[in-house]
Design a protein around this ligand. Structure first.
Ligand SMILES: O=c1ccn([C@@H]2O[C@H](COP(=O)(O)O)[C@@H](O)[C@H]2O)c(=O)[nH]1
Length: 563
């Protein structure tokens, strides 16, 4: 490798472009163009070394002019700051300081670098040097933590060799995270493990990488983690090179979070007069001309299209499930509002407002200040008026004999007014038999809690798999699941009609301080959800009707994009 006379070490950045199954989408002129510019890169480098005087002042002025035009950049940062629940000023100061440090320690370099593939690149990222600067290492790991905190859901993290291992370790130490390590070379003696550390199959794993270009090395790690039955849906990196990695990972079901993007680095360095407009432009051109797409390994690996709600309804064996799909199609809504207010009067008012936008109303009858047959009748009237089904989120969890009475009798007489109820499978299959005894004749349906949205949930791995077995043994009565990440386990379920209802949904990701973890509508649907359950995002909104309308639109568009 050459770098304007410098010799740069071989690195992941160079080899990633050459991995298996890669297609580099470069314009026919891109190689020529970059080579043609090589002398100007040399000038840039010389300028940087001899900085000072008039030339520097002129260049700084040019750079800051380009900076001032960067309104879009500022808007992007404001959105990211909000997303990370931080003030724009703090967010900006931290990002600026990190980028300047990375530049100072030459983790980010500009020049004319010949990559292993023969392509010349005007930018080179050598993040391995970070280990020699403990303050930078900590700053990097903290920025990555903030990029992913409250967004990704995981039980363990896994550092990808080699550069990301110290970063993942720093993050694990500072935030008390359980960490695993992927071995690059699997030993042919001893335990022969590809993944080191303690974990259980079914646990969710966050991948920690230094940078992403095509996403190839992340996908290799994904294979290794999946092979030991770890579930991966999220990846965090320090730098997204914006060369297609995010899109490639998305097509493999992975969400990418990055502390920095190349555009942000360019903007900050340009603002500080470290780069000329010419260099900024050359890097932008290079990135645009060298996006990389990863071919799915085999045709079967390509994400299969989903069955439409109409098709699922046609497969459904249970009356309540058929009704639910039909309602969704008629109303173009996959939204279920959890109207968790405690006043019965307020409940009826909210339901009348959000009714036109929902396919399903979710209730918690036992939190209401009062309950009687008239309130039940009013709810049923509203369900008819606005065409939605009622799901009482009772979460039954007792033996069969007891749930018979809990479902049919007592103050609430749930089976008389709700179309759907749900149950934990903790007691074993007898709970389904008990509920079925009451509900099947009344054309009701049952959801099983396969997963939960709260942090530290025990509903995972073999527990989740057991719910699939019980569902398949009761196709007449079990209509689906409460799930969070169904794409990672529901393949085992042969019945394609079963519905996945997902709580913990908000347009703004994050948590509630009591364990709830929020996903946004698009990512929930892309993880296999069919119906989005939204509580506080709607009933706490200033205008619940408008909020319901927004969630309806977001959920429906996300569904259409999957077909
Ligand atoms: O795993 C679960 C199961 C049920 N819920 C219920 O969903 C709503 C969520 O309300 P938000 O205000 O949107 O957080 C609520 O009724 C929960 O009891 C869940 O959150 N997670």
């Amino acid at each position: 490798m050459q770098a304007s006379g410098l010799s740069a070490p071989r690195g992941r950045e160079t080899s990633e472009l050459q991995g298996r199954g890669l297609t580099a989408r470069r314009s026919a002129t891109s190689d020529k163009t970059t080579e043609g510019r090589s002398s100007s890169f040399c000038r840039t480098r010389t300028f940087r070394l001899k900085r000072g005087g008039k030339a520097a002042a002129a260049s700084t002025a040019r750079a800051s002019a380009s900076w001032k035009s960067g309104r879009k950049f500022r808007t992007r940062l404001i959105v990211r700051a909000q997303d990370e629940e931080r003030s724009y000023e703090t967010f900006w100061a931290e990002m600026e300081s990190l980028v300047l440090k990375l530049y100072e320690i030459e983790a980010v370099k500009f020049g004319n670098f010949k990559l292993k593939s023969g392509i010349f690149s005007p930018i080179y990222l050598d993040l391995r040097v970070i280990v020699s600067y403990p303050d930078v290492l900590r700053q990097v790991s903290e920025a990555m933590w903030k990029a992913v905190e409250n967004k990704a859901q995981f039980d363990v993290t896994c550092g990808v060799p080699y550069t990301a291992l110290p970063i993942a370790t720093a993050m694990a130490l500072d935030h008390n995270l359980k960490m695993l390590m992927r071995r690059k070379e699997v030993k042919d003696y001893g335990t022969k493990k590809a993944i080191e550390g303690h974990f259980s199959p079914g646990q969710r794993c966050l991948m920690v990488e230094d940078l992403v270009t095509s996403g190839m090395s992340v996908l290799e790690t994904l294979d290794a983690l999946n092979a030991v039955k770890l579930v991966c849906t999220d990846v965090v990196v320090l730098i997204d090179r914006q060369q297609g990695g995010k899109e490639n990972l998305k097509s493999h079901g992975l969400n990418l979070y990055s502390a920095l993007t190349i555009s942000e680095i360019l903007d900050i360095l340009s603002k500080h007069g470290k780069l000329t407009d010419e260099v900024v432009k050359s890097v932008q051109d290079f990135i645009a001309a060298n996006s990389v797409t990863v071919k799915p390994k085999t045709a079967e690996k390509a994400k299969p299209k989903r069955l439409s709600y109409e098709e699922r309804g046609a497969l459904a064996k249970n009356e309540a499930l058929k009704r639910l799909y039909q309602t969704m199609v008629e109303k173009k809504s996959n939204l279920s509002v959890a109207a968790d207010v405690t006043s019965a009067t307020e409940l009826l008012q909210i339901v009348d407002k959000v009714g036109p936008h929902i396919c399903c109303l979710k209730t918690h009858v036992d939190i209401l200040d009062t309950w009687n047959d008239e309130i039940a009748a009013s709810l049923v009237d509203l369900a008819q008026k606005h065409n939605f089904v009622i799901f009482e989120d009772r979460k039954f969890a007792d033996i069969g004999n007891t749930v018979v009475s809990q479902y049919s009798s007592g103050v609430y007489k749930i089976s008389e007014w709700s179309d759907i109820v749900n149950a934990h499978i903790v007691p074993g299959p007898g709970i389904v038999d008990g509920l079925k005894q009451v509900g099947l004749g009344k054309k009701k349906g049952l959801l099983l809690l396969a997963e939960m949205s709260s942090a530290g949930t025990m509903a995972k791995g073999s527990y989740t798999e057991e719910t699939v077995k019980i569902a398949e043994e009761n196709p007449d009565f079990v209509i689906g699941f409460i799930s969070v990440n169904p794409n990672s386990w529901a393949k085992k379920c042969k019945d394609g009609s079963l519905v996945h209802m997902t709580p913990g949904i908000k347009l703004q990701r994050g948590g509630d301080g009591l364990g709830q973890q929020y996903n946004d509508p698009k990512s929930a649907i892309s993880r296999g959800s069919d119906i989005l359950i939204v509580g506080r995002g709607v009933y706490r909104a200033e205008d619940p009707k408008l909020a319901a309308q927004e969630y309806q639109k977001a959920g429906w568009e996300a569904y259409l994009s999957e077909l």
